[in-house]
Design a protein around this ligand. Sequence first.
Ligand code: PLP
Length: 398
Amino acid sequence: MTEDMRASIGLRQVINVSGTMTSLGASIVVPEAIEAMAQILPQFVEITDLQRKASAVIARLTGGEAGFVTASCSAGISLAVAGAITGENLLAIEKLPDVAPEKNEVLVQMGHVVSYGAPVDQAIRLGGGKVVLIGQATSTHRFHMEQAITEKAAAAVYVVSHHVVNYGLLHLKEFVEIAHSKGVPVIVDAASEYDLRIFLEQGADIVLYSGHKFLGGPTSGIVTGRKDLVRHSFLQNMGIGRGMKVGKESIFGVMVALEAWEKRDHQAVRERESSYLDLWKQTLDGRPGITALIEPDPTNNPLDRMRVIISPQEAHITAWDMAAALRRGTPPIIVRDHEVEHHYFYLDPCNLHPGEEKVVASRLAEEFDRARASNDIIATPIEDLSRHRFDGMLRWPD
Ligand SMILES: *Cc1c(COP(=O)(O)O)cnc(C)c1O
């Protein structure tokens, strides 16, 4: 590992137990990809040829007919939608986001319109899509989709994520069956998924992954699937894709990260992560008001996380105040806190450098001891969280 440069430019040396978060720099890039990027950066290459080589690697690993690398999975959604709308019409590609082609409707289940840091529906609109919401937040029935498909339907988007509503919606296979019965291609956002093949196997026409999440590649997105649709998405680099471009280093970095993924000893990674979870469980078990549960990933990725449930009456602190205390401390520990209003957060063991698990354990013990010793219950009103959520962003850069 190279030296930690963060202090030299005045950055806090955060420890990430929240998962692959864009706001923290996504993931630890694998050494193979770092090396590959350094090798290609001084050289000129013909980018379209490099993307052709990437296509072959992506096709081999995903089972798609072709693929390419773009700036992010979010970019991939916009490009795939744009490709489904314009086909190979170069003039239409230049005119986006104004839409001339007669097909521009994009179906998406209401329970899938989530935010991964930005809204899913915006990524569709950026690609020229007119979002057609089907169903309600927690229910989509077949008729919702069947009746919503008109002759203007260009595509249907399906999101795989722990953020989406996880009951009452159409499953991918049904979604595909209904879309295909009307000749509509299905685009799957699988940004955060380990399984590089299953969604194409289940009938999706295009699948999108992040290069910088579990793969440990540079910041990037991977588009894979049916060759004509992939090509039509790729052509958007002469249009809206320009603002989403990747350089040679990202394309090559992802190729190498994919090959490293193929060779990675996933079993050994799991065992290491389990040992972290065991350590944290030992640290927390038996403390008043704290329940530590090891739970599987909600979208069936092969990993576990720890859910830390906190009873403020007994622990003398709320889950959100504990998350804030860990974030403020030295070193700052960033937990996975999007469900914190339910009095729990998660600890994700995927993005730790060896030894950091011990720092996390001792900081947990320290903060829980401190809270327990407090005479008052540390409980910021939950409303203050939402009131002040964007204060920092709105003050940026000062
Ligand atoms: C992370 C994520 C995205 C965004 O991926 P980027 O590559 O960071 O743009 C999109 N959809 C889902 C479901 C995600 O988890």
